[in-house]
Design a protein around this ligand. Structure first.
Ligand SMILES: Cc1ncc(COP(=O)(O)O)c(C=O)c1O
Length: 424
């Protein structure tokens, strides 16, 4: 890492005063705590001060983490500081410095997921990561891919479309509501495996109703049968304490802009080293990564390197709070939501009443109320949620996270109670 010479110091100070100076990587590097993220003390997170680092005002309850999370001010500042610097100082020296930050982010991701940097690819989102998996494996006639019916289209639609093209078939394990228990799904996947099954692709935490899957056991089942496993971690990365060294999937995908609260359009794909020689790149272009698989599989041309850098800082922020603490906090708020919504007459919950079968998503049908109108009313009441249309478990989805407070939960529950009592 370059040192901060007097000339650079003077130029940065002239450009942006202390803000620009603090943003200089040499300063950040010299003092790791100076990422301008105010970190809580280890083990005792101060949730109110963490909430204060996000931009949404106190009277807006963002209960929509499963869709898109806000990023703390430090992430937004880091992206804009480095983007501004890139355009102010577009010299090769700074550009290669920015590229080198990719490796810093790779290190942060590897440490967070408990794997090696050589197994980490920095993608643009989970959709891309999932598609790299279905593009990169050699499958053909006679092969089968086993999926879960609730998987996201970036998983299921991709496998099905490529199955039609390359001649392999796709089998599906159907979701059951309410969640029938981890044993049920383990058994359902076990029964669905045939001698032709090559891939098992499932999600760890569903975006539909928040069902949680036994990721460790499903990966073990896949390994037992010589099957490649893909965990879609879009709804668990940044929420749950993911330990890939223990679970040992072949692939794990995630997005920075969901539960990690990182910058938009960055993501991750973990590729277990045991499968590197059987996994083809999906893209060939300039500016690959510097280590391991990224040298051959991450050449994606020009990228938003300031965002990639901020992704790494945000992962360090989560690690500093403690991912297990974040998970516990989000689950605690989810339980509060679940219990209070259950007490409202006419509300039907699709999410499991068993705490160990659910994550941090609560989906419910608000009686006979029209869900689109409920969503609009929630917006009026300062509550951000998502709706689920159609015939399959329709309703409203709340997904709280560590930046939420009990007051946010109360705001959402109070609004639903009022609509149920008085109509819309
Ligand atoms: C389980 C799952 N996988 C993949 C995705 C796609 O994520 P992204 O839009 O960040 O690519 C989502 C988005 O909601 C999801 O819930």
């Amino acid at each position: 890492m370059s040192t901060l010479d007097r000339r650079t110091f003077a130029r940065l100070f002239a450009l942006g005063g202390s803000a620009a100076l603090l943003g200089h990587p040499a300063v950040a590097e010299a003092a790791p705590g100076s990422l301008r993220l105010s970190l809580p003390g280890s083990g005792t997170a101060d949730w109110a001060s963490i909430r204060a680092q996000f931009l949404m005002p106190p009277d807006v309850a963002v209960l929509n983490a499963a869709n898109l999370c806000p990023a703390p001010r430090a992430v937004l500042d880091e992206v804009s500081r480095f983007t501004e610097r890139l355009d102010t100082e577009p010299f090769p020296g700074f550009r290669s410095e920015l590229l080198s930050f990719k490796e810093r982010t790779r290190d942060a991701l590897a440490a967070h997921l408990r794997v090696t940097p050589e197994e980490i690819l920095i993608t643009r989102n989970t959709s891309e990561a999932n598609n790299w998996v279905s593009n990169g494996l050699e499958l053909g006639p006679g092969d089968e891919v086993l999926i879960f019916s609730d998987n996201h289209p970036s998983n299921n639609q991709a496998w099905k479309a490529k199955g039609e093209r390359f001649g392999y078939s796709v089998r599906e394990v159907a979701q059951v509501n309410p969640h029938p228990g981890h044993e049920y799904y383990l058994e359902a996947f076990r029964r669905a495996i045939t001698p032709n099954t090559r891939v098992l692709a499932f999600m760890q935490h569903t975006n539909t109703v928040g069902d949680v899957f036994p990721a460790r056991e499903l990966c073990a089942l896949a390994r037992e049968h010589g099957i490649v496993s893909l965990i879609d971690g879009a709804q668990s990365f940044g929420l749950m304490d993911v330990d890939l060294s223990d679970w040992q999937p072949d692939f794990f995908s995630g997005s920075a802009h969901k539960w990690p609260c990182g910058p938009k359009e960055t993501g991750v794909l973990f590729v277990n080293r045991r499968i590197h020689d059987r996994f083809w790149p999906s893209m060939y272009s300039a500016y690959p990564g510097g280590r391991g698989l990224s040298r051959t599989h991450e050449g994606m041309g020009q990228r938003d390197t300031p965002a990639v850098r901020a992704f790494g800082s945000q992962i360090e922020f989560l690690s500093a709070i403690g991912q297990a603490e974040i998970e516990a906090r989000s689950r605690e708020l989810t339980t509060m939501l679940f219990e209070e919504l259950s007490a409202i007459e006419g509300v039907h919950l699709w999410t499991s009443p068993h705490a160990e079968r659910r994550g941090a998503v609560v989906t419910f049908r608000p009686g006979e109320l029209d869900t689109r109108r409920v969503l609009a009313a929630l917006e009026e009441d300062g509550v951000v949620a998502a709706s689920r249309g159609g015939e399959d478990r329709p309703g409203i989805r709340f997904s709280p996270h560590f930046y939420n407070t009990e007051a946010d939960v109360e705001r959402g529950v109070e609004a639903i109670g009022r609509y149920m009592r008085s109509g819309l």
